[in-house]
Design a binder for this molecule. Structure first.
Ligand code: ADP
Length: 340
């Protein structure tokens, strides 16, 4: 499809270039033909004027000899001009054909990347949705076929189904959030957000989850603000905190820190949990990436992809340092002031 579009675009480039080139060649040919005729006429007039000035007896035959007004010479000159112009147009056709093909490739490359990316997203998303939907369908079918199904069993099934549907809803919400970043220009960053306060609120919200796993929070948040969107920043902090809790061992410690540096605010979340393998570090922010050993924990591998999108929306950077088996530190760098 890409090749076909590239050839079509090259053909359009060529059509435009060659139309302009032929129009110019026609105009040049017309002007030069007029000039050749004019030159022939002028030369004859001048020649006759010079002959008349000579006082010697010149035979009448010589006097009237037309040198430049020779119609054959004029038409030969025009033929040559035509030939040169056709030759030049041929060269233009070849060069612009090659360059047009290159340019068409360059023009279409970002579109190709976008389409590839979208196709990958659709197939990844359908794959993620298909597995739980198939499980849901088969469990319902099995129970439906069971003639001895009691009310209690039916209620249990419905409860399980509701929990699966909730997971699917979480997945579809995450997919929608990711898709919304494609329209990032429409997202307005509302203004100054007190990041320290926001992090504090997120900590309070996740406190019960941390307590469940006997995980302690330690914080040094100061008072720092950044330019951004409060809801998106809350989502970002929640994702990082949630992961720090999820991937910590029981009785772990999660440290949160905020500091300022050259117009930026640096927010870090450090845990002493399971850590990330070195090979996985470059993949950690990719959509649907989950480390092999975490396949049994709840999640779809979309959290960090969303976090990265939020940070980029705020013209910031996100990075991770980790030692496998010892823990990870996620660092987010956000501009303090409004960016243009
Ligand atoms: P999810 O947590 O739903 O799987 P994420 O995108 O948030 O999706 O994370 C992707 C993967 O990165 C996780 O599956 C896990 O392997 C790894 N990961 C993220 N945060 C941490 C962390 N704090 N410690 C160890 N591994 C992590």
């Amino acid at each position: 499809m890409f090749k076909e579009a590239r050839i079509k675009l090259t053909a359009w480039y060529l059509l435009i270039i060659m139309t302009v080139s032929f129009l110019f060649s026609g105009a040049i040919y017309r002007v030069l033909s007029i000039e050749v005729d004019r030159f022939a006429r002028m030369s004859q007039i001048r020649y006759q004027r010079d002959i008349e000035r000579i006082d010697l007896p010149i035979p009448a035959k010589i006097r009237q000899l037309p040198i430049f007004s020779d119609p054959e010479l004029a038409s030969e000159t025009k033929q040559r001009i035509k030939f040169v112009l056709i030759y030049i147009n041929g060269v233009i056709l070849l060069i612009s054909g090659g360059l047009g093909y290159l340019l068409a490739g360059k023009t279409l490359q970002p579109i190709k990347e976008m389409v590839d990316e979208q196709n990958r997203f659709i197939s990844d998303a359908s794959h993620e949705l298909r597995t739980p939907l198939t499980a849901l369908k088969s469990s319902m079918e099995v129970h439906l076929r069971d003639r001895k199904l009691t009310l209690q069993q039916a209620k249990k099934l419905i409860r399980e189904n509701i929990s699966d549907v909730n997971k699917l809803k979480t997945l579809s919400d995450a997919l929608l959030t990711l898709a919304s970043f494609e329209k990032r220009k429409e997202v307005k960053l509302s203004g100054k957000v007190n990041l320290s306060k926001l992090v504090c609120e997120c900590m309070e919200d996740l406190e019960p989850l941390a307590k469940e796993r006997h995980i302690m929070f330690k914080s040094n948040l100061g008072s720092f603000s950044v330019w951004g969107d409060m809801h998106k920043l809350t989502e970002l902090v929640t994702i990082l905190l949630d992961n720090a809790i999820k991937y910590s061992k029981e009785d772990g410690l999660v440290s949160l820190k905020i500091r300022a540096e050259k117009g930026f605010v640096l927010f870090s979340v450090k845990d002493n949990g399971i850590g990330i393998k070195k090979d996985n570090l470059p993949l950690i922010f990719d959509r649907f990436f989950r480390a092999e050993e975490q396949r049994n924990t709840i999640g779809y591998g979309l959290g960090l992809a969303i976090a990265k999108n939020i940070v980029e929306l705020h013209r910031g950077q996100i990075s991770v340092e980790s030692i496998y088996g010892k823990g990870s530190t996620f660092i987010v760098k956000l501009p303090q002031n409004k960016f243009s």
